[in-house]
Design a protein around this ligand. Structure first.
Ligand SMILES: [Zn+2]
Length: 602
């Protein structure tokens, strides 16, 4: 669809005037100087010298701030024009610094892990270090698992050409694979990224064609993928065994720790998803019905809202979208609306339409000026409006935390989507309130339903597969045939008869299983989705008191476990299944409403 609607471009001039700005060079030299000093200090850092450790800590924080400012700038420029040569060079130059900061931090992390209790307390008795108490103590929980210094170095060194090489192989494969997709009645050769956009086509046949072509391409490489997956899981299981000298370390432990939740919370979350499985399947069947079929296909997970009747889709100019989001955010609190206006007035939103731009949307921030930026391509569709609201939610999260020390602003993936999902929900409610017909309402509610089935069926499918994979891999590597079966079983277990067939090649086509740096990149999505809905549902109970409590909650996302956060600010016990059951119950009426609307138009 082509139209003239576009958003504004952002202002980066307050950061640096251009890549060749002398201020960029100044920041680079300051960073180099800091890293040299840290390397010097590290030579004398043992497990007792806490004043030296404090000095290293402060310098690493300073280096991190400079590095992040430079990197965000290069990334912003490359997002708008990936062919920008100056920015490319700057980005390339920063890669070495990334590595240097990583190794500079290693010695301090060791100190934090192995220092005795008394030394550690003295270390924490320093303003900047003390502010990082939560994250330092959280990291220190892993100390009993650590191997000796030389063993840790060996593991990390070998991982480059071992564990990470398999992830790299996967990236190379997925970057070079060509699929032959039937478009209309002509076969077209295209890369995976382009084929993936075909899976968002409004035609059912087109999505199916793309899905089949993608799976066929992965079939050709199934032996390589199986070797990779067996190696990645095998490596991690072996490492868990090595780390089990003091206490047993399981394959889920690192993912749970990284997300700052407990195993009990994860179990409660999944038990609740299982309990609500029938509701999720019912939602999937409603989606299928809206598409004019009995069951969803595995190619439908990113299908757009079906066009139920010929009606012209309304497009919204950017300024109108800002007004709408302002109104929606103001229903939570007037200051939230003012924040949206400020983002627009300061030109902190990049929303132009341009062929040079990278796809996608994100929110980022500059560490020196503590100012956020939102990136997207805005062409006026309802989904663009929702995306804008989502990213502005992230920006608000940053904004309410901006005065906190950097060490208290790093929140994990499980809490990262709290503010963005709430921004989306507020705007969707506003759009629904303004909708003039049932068809329009169905259109708006489609994405809500789609999110529900993705989070409640697709994410648990991925988790189930990955967990079973580790259990079976313990005995021996699995063949492609076995992996196909394991994946199909997981699909059928969760989707039941709401789906026409499983997706047997999902173990190969889903990038998330091949991220060598982290495992179980699935349950945090489900957690984040339901948690944020749980927070939003408190709005009706707390009324005017909601917003201040919400801000306090957001401010604590980087300095507490998810359990403590929920308990302190909302009195929620997220380790109990009833919390999650209640959240899902609150979505139930929306699914009923969708069905009612569907009945009225079909
Ligand atoms: Zn997000």
């Amino acid at each position: 669809m082509s139209n003239d609607i576009s958003g504004p471009s952002w202002n980066l001039l307050t950061i640096y005037s251009r890549v060749t700005d002398p201020a960029v060079e100044r920041d680079f030299s300051e960073l180099t100087e800091l890293l040299n000093k840290i390397a010097d200090l590290n030579k004398n850092l043992d497990h007792v010298n806490f004043t030296l450790a404090q000095e290293v800590f402060v310098k690493i924080e300073n280096a991190g701030e400079l590095f992040s400012n430079l990197l965000t700038y290069a990334n912003c420029l490359l997002s708008v024009d990936s062919a920008d040569e100056d920015a490319q060079q700057m980005f390339g130059r920063l890669q070495r610094y990334r590595k240097d900061i990583g190794s500079a931090s290693k010695t301090l992390q060791e100190f934090e892990a192995f220092a005795g209790e008394e030394v550690l307390e003295s270390y924490l008795n320093h303003e900047s270090v003390g502010q990082a108490r939560f994250s330092i103590l959280h990291r220190r929980q892993l100390a009993p698992q650590l191997l000796s210094r030389s063993e840790e170095q060996l593991v990390e060194g070998l991982a480059q050409n071992g564990l990470h090489a398999w992830g790299d192989l996967y990236d190379r494969l997925s970057g070079s694979i060509e699929c032959d997709v039937l478009v209309g009645n002509q076969s077209q050769s295209m890369g995976l990224a382009q084929a993936a956009t075909q899976m968002m086509d409004s035609s059912d046949a087109q999505r199916k064609n793309a899905w089949e072509a993608i799976n066929q391409s992965w079939n050709v490489h199934e032996e390589a993928c199986a070797a990779g997956l067996n190696a990645i899981t095998g490596w991690r299981l072996d490492l868990c065994d090595q780390r089990s000298q003091n206490e047993p370390v399981g394959f889920l432990d690192s993912a749970v720790h990284m997300n700052k939740i407990s195993v009990e919370t994860l179990n409660a979350l999944l038990a609740s998803a299982r309990k609500s499985n029938a509701l999720a399947q019912r939602a999937a069947k409603l989606q299928a019905r809206a598409m004019g079929k009995e069951r969803l296909g595995p190619w439908d997970s990113r299908a757009p809202a079906p066009v139920l009747e010929k009606h012209s889709t309304k497009l919204m100019a950017f300024d109108q979208a800002i007004e709408l989001i302002k109104d929606a955010f103001s229903t939570v609190d007037p200051s939230m609306g003012e924040f949206v206006q400020m983002m627009a007035d300061e030109s902190w939103i990049e929303a132009t339409v341009s062929a040079k731009k990278r796809p996608g949307a994100y929110c980022t921030s500059f560490s020196k000026s503590k100012s956020p930026r939102v990136y997207m391509t805005y062409s006026g569709s309802t989904s663009d409006v929702i995306t804008l609201a989502h990213e502005l939610g992230h920006a608000l999260h940053f904004w309410v935390m901006r005065d906190l020390p950097e060490t208290q602003r790093r929140y994990g993936m499980s809490l990262a989507e709290t503010a963005s999902t709430m921004g989306e929900t507020a705007v969707r409610n506003e759009l629904l309130a303004r909708a003039s017909s049932d068809l329009e309402k169905l259109d708006i509610m489609w994405e809500e339903l789609s999110a529900f089935t993705t989070f409640m069926l697709n994410i648990p499918t991925r988790f189930e597969f990955e967990k079973n994979l580790y259990d079976k891999r313990r005995d021996r590597p699995l063949s492609p045939k076995e992996l196909r079966k394991l994946m199909s079983d997981a699909w059928l277990e969760w989707y039941g008869d709401s789906i026409s067939e499983p997706d047997p090649m999902f173990w190969a086509s889903k990038l998330h299983f091949y991220i060598s740096g982290l495992s179980f990149y699935n349950f945090p999505y489900l957690f984040g989705y339901l948690f944020s809905l749980g927070v939003f549902s408190e709005k009706s109970h707390l009324g005017d008191r909601f917003y201040s409590q919400y801000c306090e909650l957001l401010r604590d996302t980087g300095r507490m476990t998810a359990e403590d956060l929920a308990e302190r600010h909302l009195g929620f016990d997220i380790q109990s299944q009833s919390f999650w059951d209640n959240v899902i119950d609150s979505i139930h009426p929306r699914i009923d409403e969708y069905e009612r609307l569907l009945n009225s138009v079909l």
